[in-house]
Design a protein around this ligand. Structure first.
Ligand SMILES: NC(=O)c1ccc[n+]([C@@H]2O[C@H](COP(=O)([O-])OP(=O)(O)OC[C@H]3O[C@@H](n4cnc5c(N)ncnc54)[C@H](OP(=O)(O)O)[C@@H]3O)[C@@H](O)[C@H]2O)c1
Length: 297
């Protein structure tokens, strides 16, 4: 299979290194980088030669393109690449946030979009060098729902690369579930500076996380069927399992970078408004994180 990974950050570098041995693979970025070999350390140890390019004409041969930009860059990346990709190619996303797949679908149509979620963790330490910090799951499905044989093919490619990947006919439900958990954990950690697990030890924060998750789930249920356990229980489970982690939103705030709050709590607020549901807890956290961002962006 000919695969193009778009975005040479933590997730993209990991996927490029992992999938390169068994596939014709290119890693596409928007900046020139010196990258002959990709190195993955930690849970997986990989050293693989990867073709890196900023030339979008290379993308026309790809059968599958995996978008690995931050959610706020999805639109820009699609603008850059859509005219270069072939009419049969599928686009896959493991990004966080609610809008990635719908933005991709605006350019190529829903039938060619495969949604995904992953609970693996990665940290980029240098160009082409990533640490696989946490083992997790991967799940993919035809967006927004249903079955397509390409989903089974992609899961098989990932499995051959050692990445056990489940498939579902309700991927938008899984994407929503992850967004709800992120909406509950990430802004609270970003605002307090605490690691994920501390939320469970501070009663007011635990209560707040529950209120955000329940409010978000009410919006979600107007769009999808939420899979698995109840959202507060799920968020508490993730906070417990990642107790020592510094959330990506807290890392972004600490490093004066833009956060993904627009596609997480921001998207929940917008969809809530569209369906006539108030989202005061999300709105409050969103406003505070935005105020922090504005102080340095
Ligand atoms: N890291 C994790 O553990 C993890 C786990 C699960 C899900 N995710 C999700 O996966 C997504 C990516 O996260 P990440 O941690 O990999 O982010 P990241 O390290 O910031 O990487 C994003 C990459 O995308 C590149 N990019 C942006 N616009 C582009 C464009 N138009 N064309 C080509 N490349 C472009 C960026 O390039 P520049 O350097 O030029 O900005 C950067 O290399 C996020 O939605 C995140 O929430 C991450």
């Amino acid at each position: 299979m000919r695969i193009a990974v778009i975005g040479p950050g933590a997730l993209g570098t990991f996927l490029a290194g992992t999938l390169a041995s068994d596939n014709e693979l290119i890693l596409f970025g928007r900046r020139e980088l010196e990258m002959g070999q990709v190195e993955v350390q930690g849970q997986t140890d990989i050293k693989e030669k990867v073709v890196y390019t900023t030339d979008s004409s290379y993308l026309k041969n790809a059968d599958i393109l995996i978008l690995c930009t931050k959610s706020y860059d999805t639109k820009g990346a699609m603008e850059d690449i859509h005219s270069r990709i072939n009419d049969e190619a599928y686009l896959v996303s493991f990004q966080n946030g609610l809008m990635n797949e719908s933005i991709m679908a605006e350019y190529v149509g829903e039938d060619r979009v495969v949604g995904g979620v992953t609970s693996h963790g990665f940290t980029l330490i240098d160009d082409g060098k990533v640490i696989h910090t946490g083992l997790g799951d991967m799940i993919i499905g035809k967006y927004p729902e249903g079955h397509d044989v390409i989903v089974d093919d992609i899961a098989a490619i990932f499995a051959r690369a050692g990445l056990c990947t489940d498939t579902t006919e309700n991927i938008y439900g899984y994407i929503w579930k992850k967004v709800i958990i992120n909406a509950g954990i990430n802004p609270i950690t970003a605002l307090t500076g605490l690691k994920n697990g501390r939320i469970l030890q501070v009663p007011n924060l635990r209560w707040l996380m529950g209120m955000v998750c329940n409010e978000s789930a009410e919006v979600a249920r107007t769009q999808v069927e939420l899979p698995g356990v109840e959202v507060t229980e799920a968020a508490e489970g993730v906070a417990r399992a990642t107790a020592e982690n510094v959330s990506s939103m807290l890392q972004d705030i600490k490093n004066n970078r833009r956060t993904e709050i627009d596609c997480i709590n921001g998207a929940i607020i917008d969809i809530g408004a569209e369906v006539g549901l108030e989202t005061p807890f999300n709105r409050c956290l969103y406003s505070l994180v935005k105020a922090k961002e504005t102080s340095y962006l």
